[in-house]
Design a protein around this ligand. Structure first.
Ligand code: GNR
Ligand code: NI
Length: 186
């Protein structure tokens, strides 16, 4: 097991469309282990493989509340098969856009079909945090970020901040995890 570096914007790899997983082998299991280690360490509630630079349609997630037992979930080649007309608003964040949070409007409920870690077909009907998180992660594997769902003014402001940080050499999430107020976006 190994913790991997989490890519941050404006890394262009975050804009790639990831390719389907085809082999359910030891290499996939090792990648899943690394994703959980990286996600729990961050900490985050979800992670798409492209966030560690692997362009595969693979998501890890754990929505268990703090102090409850862990609930690690894996979604492979996920597809949204239905989305409600009803919307909901949730304040989202992203490990690839450290310390920035904004409200995003998305369908309130979705059905998602996917393969589990054994390659077995599954389908889940989700609402609440699971629906939000599944849509956020499925966006990642299509090269879409939550800031694509907010106003252009806000998105441009965030991108500018992170482009400047990149010029200073801050190219991984680790540069942001120390408490450095000058990185904060006001
Ligand atoms: O840890 C995360 N929290 C979160 C909060 C609200 C909506 C979505 C998320 S996902 C995020 C981890 C992440 O960036 N996954 O891609
Ligand atoms: Ni994210």
């Amino acid at each position: 097991m190994a913790k991997r570096d989490i890519l941050i914007i404006p890394d262009t790899r975050l804009r790639l469309k990831s390719e389907p997983v085809t082999a359910f082998d030891a290499e996939l299991r090792a990648l899943i282990d690394d994703m959980f280690e990286t996600m729990y360490d961050a900490p985050g509630i979800g992670l798409a493989a492209i966030q560690i630079g692997v362009p595969r349609r693979l998501i890890t997630m754990d929505l268990a509340k703090k102090d409850d037992p862990p609930q690690p979930e894996v979604f492979i080649n996920p597809e949204i098969t239905w989305a409600s007309d009803e919307k909901s608003t949730y304040e989202e964040g992203c490990l690839s856009i450290p310390e920035y949070y904004e409200e995003v409007i998305r369908p309130k409920a979705v059905k998602v079909k996917y393969l589990d870690r054994d390659g077995k077909a599954q389908e889940v009907e989700a609402d609440g945090l699971l629906a939000t998180c599944l849509q956020h992660e499925i966006d990642h594997i299509n090269g879409v970020l939550f800031i694509d769902h907010i106003s252009k003014l806000k998105r441009d402001r965030v991108m500018k901040k992170f482009k400047k940080a990149q010029k200073r050499g801050e190219t991984t999430r680790d540069a942001y995890t120390e408490d450095t107020p000058e990185h904060r976006i006001g």
